[in-house]
Structure formats: structure tokens, C-alpha cells
Design a protein around this ligand. Structure first.
Ligand SMILES: [Zn+2]
Length: 195
């Protein structure tokens, strides 16, 4: 960010009064521009004991498989965004239960928050959107584990197939640390059935 969006003056990176970190500040019109993490929302679309995956037609990780997910748009909820991404990337319509939130990943290293919701395919009418080159249903034994695009997707799928036999899907939150070319995932919340 270089120029003020309001008056086009050159921005200065400094700590504003009363703040504790550097922001892009405009000394011409006094605007302050805050940069905050982006939310990525998606679904685990299931049909019976199979999960729908999309083969990526775009970078990054072109040709790898992923769950449908993307950046939230202004004016929509996280769940609405996840359902929209599922429609756009997999051409699939889904229904969700009230307890659909499943995994939440904090990725402070890249300033992103990922949220995945469990969803059921309304029908088997799905087809790849422009960001996908293929869409297919996989049983657990058919999942291309070595070809999964993102660690957050792999982790979500691993937990899903572990939870599936128990038909119990606690919400899990993870902190993902981007170390030296490695990503480690830590489970930091695991709710239990209360009944
Ligand atoms: Zn300005």
C-alpha cells in the first residue's frame, strides 16, 4: 500500500497515537489504513460416505485436489460464503445442519483464517467451475492423500474420516505455524459430546 485511497497522497508507515503497531497513515487527510487477516471459507461436501473434492485449475497448487473454499466476500456470512464457493468451484448445491462448523485454522504467518463447514450434497448434479479442472467423489480409501493442495484441507479430511465412524464431529481449532518451509498443525480445542 503506497498511496492514500482518499486523497492519493503518499502514505507513511508509523504508529498512530494511541496505537501499538505501525499502520499506513495519510498525513494529508489523516486517514489510517488498517490491514487485517482475510477469511477463507469452504465446505466438506459429502454424499453418503464420500467427500467431494475439486482438482485445481489455477495456481497455486494447480492440478492438486482441494475442498471447495475461497475468500469471503463483503456482505455475506461465513456459511453463506462457504456455500457460494461450493457452488462456484464444484457446481454443487448443498444443505447444512445447524452444527455445520467443523474446523477453524489460524494462519498468522500468512494473515488468514480458514473455516470449513460440513455440508451434504443436495443431489449428484455437480460439475467443475472455472477454477477447477475436475470434481469427483472419493471414498476414504480413494482420497489422493499425496495430491492434496493444502495442509488445512488434508487435516480437515483426516479428522473427517476419523470422526465419520462415530458420527460425531466436534469443532476443532488449530494454530498453524509456518516455520522453516514446514507447516505444523496443533490441535488447540476439542469439544466433547455433552450428553
Ligand atoms: Zn489521504
Amino acid at each position: 500500500m503506497k498511496y492514500c485511497h482518499h486523497c492519493t497522497a503518499l502514505l507513511v508507515l508509523r504508529v498512530p497515537d494511541g496505537d501499538d503497531r505501525e499502520r499506513h497513515c495519510c498525513d494529508a487527510c489523516n486517514a489510517i489504513f488498517y490491514q487485517n487477516p482475510k477469511n477463507v471459507v469452504g465446505t466438506v461436501p459429502v454424499f453418503e460416505d464420500q467427500v467431494l473434492l475439486c482438482k485445481r485449475a489455477i495456481q497455486p497448487r494447480i492440478g492438486k485436489w482441494t475442498l471447495p473454499a475461497g475468500f469471503m466476500e463483503n456482505g455475506e456470512s461465513s456459511l453463506e460464503g462457504a456455500i457460494r464457493e461450493t457452488r462456484e468451484e464444484a457446481g454443487a448445491s448443498v444443505t447444512v445442519q445447524e452444527d455445520s462448523l467443523y474446523t477453524l485454522f489460524n494462519l498468522p504467518g500468512i494473515n488468514q483464517l480458514y473455516m470449513f463447514f460440513r455440508a451434504e450434497l443436495s443431489n449428484l448434479d455437480f460439475s467443475p467451475g472455472i477454477e477447477s479442472e475436475a470434481v469427483a467423489l472419493f471414498h476414504e480409501s480413494e482420497i489422493p492423500w499425496g495430491e492434496i493442495a493444502f495442509p488445512v484441507v488434508k487435516s480437515t479430511l483426516e479428522h473427517y474420516f476419523r470422526d465419520l465412524p462415530k458420527n460425531h464431529f466436534p469443532v476443532r481449532m488449530f494454530d498453524v505455524h509456518h516455520g522453516d518451509r514446514r507447516i505444523t498443525t496443533h490441535l488447540i480445542s476439542h469439544s466433547h459430546k455433552s450428553d
